[in-house]
Design a protein around this ligand. Structure first.
Ligand code: NI
Ligand code: MN
Length: 226
């Protein structure tokens, strides 16, 4: 399995299938790809904020691939002419051997469009299971105690955790999340896109190593193979 960071919270996870998560590309100067160039078989969107829904609708239409999202966000996406599959917490959607399970996130999810903010349902994270490997994409989230249960239930190999603070956990709280989740590897996300979420995830390394967790810091466009 190959995990490529496309900047912010956007990842392309490639194994027997290609899973694209939170493809915020247009408007992110650090994104290493263009919405016209991304290849995927399915798209998962964690919540309705623009830096996560991003180019999902455009790419879904261009590639004719489905978007998986919480029910209300899926309804919104469908109203824009893309194909979305609505689901909800603890539910699993299986797509050609890839399993996407929705787990909670502690955040908000409004969809802002011109002067209106639509309800995007509740924010989520995803457990992605493919080729015998498990990845947890936490979405945007604060620290919450049920991360311990997510760790016990799904035993993720890799946890993609937001560390930028202000809207999500910072490096200190993401370190606690990692201890609860007990993945083999943590890849930080949702930092340094803009000044308010500047962070140095290197601060997490010593604490994680003591727990036997590898910290893998990627640059946008870089990949981690497991
Ligand atoms: Ni958000
Ligand atoms: Mn965000």
């Amino acid at each position: 399995m190959k995990i490529t960071w496309l900047g912010h919270s956007a990842f392309l996870i490639e194994g027997s299938k290609k899973v694209l998560i939170d493809p915020f590309i247009t408007g992110n100067d650090k994104a290493p790809v263009k919405p016209d160039d991304v290849d995927c078989d399915i798209i998962a969107v964690t919540h309705g904020h623009g830096d996560h829904l991003g180019d999902a609708i455009f790419i879904s239409k261009r590639k004719n691939v489905p978007i998986v999202a919480i029910y209300e966000l899926a309804e919104y996406i469908n109203s824009k002419g893309a194909t979305a599959i609505g689901m909800n917490f603890s539910g699993t959607y299986e797509h050609e051997g890839v399993k996407l399970t929705m787990v909670p996130a502690l955040h908000s999810s409004g969809i802002t469009e011109a002067e209106f903010t639509h309800s995007g349902g509740l924010p989520a994270g995803f457990i992605i299971e493919m080729d015998g490997k498990t990845v947890y994409h936490a979405g945007d989230t604060g620290l919450f105690g049920d991360m311990k249960i997510i760790g016990e239930l799904y035993t993720p190999d890799v946890a993609l955790l937001p560390v930028g603070g202000l809207f999500t956990m910072d490096t200190r709280l993401a370190t606690i999340a990692a201890k609860w989740l007990k993945p083999k590897v943590v890849i930080p996300m949702h930092y340094n896109t803009w000044p308010p979420i500047e962070a140095d995830p290197e601060e997490m390394r010593d604490d994680l190593e003591r727990e036997g967790i590898d910290l893998v810091i990627l640059e946008p466009g870089q990949s981690y193979e497991l």
